[in-house]
Design a protein around this ligand. Structure first.
Ligand SMILES: C=C(C(=O)O)c1ccccc1
Length: 362
């Protein structure tokens, strides 16, 4: 049996195998109820995929203005915490573990999604990004630059998200530090033009990310805190003049804190893996916590990555959308269902809980 299917521990979290379900926005929370998860359909979706050693939940916003897409769940209200409980219970009953990806989109949003409030960011740099709202496709507006008092409030929102994740039965959190969202906007010099202690030098641009990490560690312990990073992705109009400098510094600082894992998007998210600018092998050697590798992995690549020591675990996104029983299929090297992008973010059960498992494949 390949090492990919053998148990390991990620921080304080014991996992039965090294196949991870990547965080996947599906836009199927109950907006009318206040961006609450936990419908029967939501529970079934996560239960079906509880063969994963570890599930990373879809991005769940830490505040109403941290929302950037329709019908994404939150983790800031009591109703949302109650909504997550049957999901984490179902995942645990099936023998899997699950962490909450706590998220703030920053400037990748629109007043149609934030209750009419102008999106926020480290600096007032308009993104070249289209938001999809109930009014159709709209341009994301220029965001408002956060004041230093605002920043303290946002760090406290992530801390509340970490506390609420444990209350909701999650085994920990993955801080969403990737794909051009708020934390990434602070890290990269294409979006962070601040002249205070949160901008300019590498240390200053990493300050916000590390304050969020420290707040979550204080709340739930380093063994239950991970972070997702995408050093070279261009997602959501993000860029940096020297990713190795800022992300190299961040990895060394995260290593000092002994957090459970770093989940790396290797290359352009959902696209090319061979984007220059960051040395992932260096990061693997330097970071003593668990290295979760992601982005375009297939079965052979995942087995090779774990058996060669490049990664402790491999996260699959699109393959888990279409293959609820992905671990079984990988073990048997069985054929895989093909994901249908048309229903990735649609409401309803089609393309969500109706992909067939091997047992009942046609
Ligand atoms: C949370 C996302 C990310 O990390 O990029 C996301 C959100 C909506 C569509 C695709 C991806």
């Amino acid at each position: 049996l390949s090492k990919l299917f053998q148990p390991t521990r990620i921080g304080d979290i014991e996992i039965a195998n090294r196949v991870v379900m990547a965080p996947l926005t599906r836009s199927r929370a109950d907006e009318a109820a206040g961006d609450v998860p936990g419908s029967e359909m939501n529970i079934e979706y996560y239960r079906q995929r509880s063969n994963a050693g570890l599930i990373i939940s879809e991005g769940t916003q830490v505040s109403p203005i941290g929302k950037g897409y329709m019908a994404t769940p939150g983790i800031y209200s009591d109703a949302q915490v109650e909504g997550w409980k049957p999901i984490t219970r179902a995942v645990h009953e099936a023998g899997s573990k699950i962490v909450a990806q706590i998220w703030h989109v920053g400037r990748v949003s629109h007043p149609d999604l934030t209750g009419g409030v102008q999106p926020v960011a480290p600096s007032a740099v308009k993104p070249n990004v289209t938001a999809y709202t109930h009014n159709g496709k709209v341009d994301a507006p220029e965001p408002r630059a956060l004041s230093s008092d605002d920043i303290k409030q946002v760090v406290a929102e992530y801390r509340r998200g970490a506390a609420n994740a444990i209350r909701a039965g999650f085994d920990g959190v993955e801080i969403h530090g990737a794909n051009g969202y708020l934390i990434d906007q602070f890290l990269r010099d294409g979006t962070n033009k601040r002249t205070d202690v949160y901008g300019g030098s590498v240390e200053n641009r990493a300050r916000f990310a590390l304050e969020v990490v420290d707040a979550c560690i204080a709340e739930i312990g380093a063994g239950r805190v991970g972070i997702r990073l995408s050093p070279v992705t261009p997602s959501n109009d993000i860029s940096d003049s020297n990713p190795q400098a800022v992300f190299g510094y961040l990895v060394e600082e995260l290593n000092k804190r002994g957090i459970a894992f770093i989940h790396f998007v290797e290359g352009a998210t959902g696209g090319a893996r061979d984007v220059p600018g960051f040395d992932f092998a260096w990061a693997r050697k330097t970071f003593k916590g668990a290295y979760i590798a992601n982005n375009g992995y297939d079965r052979a690549m995942a087995i090779q990555a774990v058996e060669s020591g490049h990664a402790d675990a491999v996260a699959f996104g699109r393959l888990f959308i279409a293959n609820p029983d992905l671990v079984q299929r990988l073990k048997k090297n069985a054929p895989l269902n093909v994901p249908d992008p048309k229903t990735f973010y649609a409401p309803g059960p089609v393309g969500y809980i109706d992909y067939p498992a091997l047992g009942n494949a046609a």
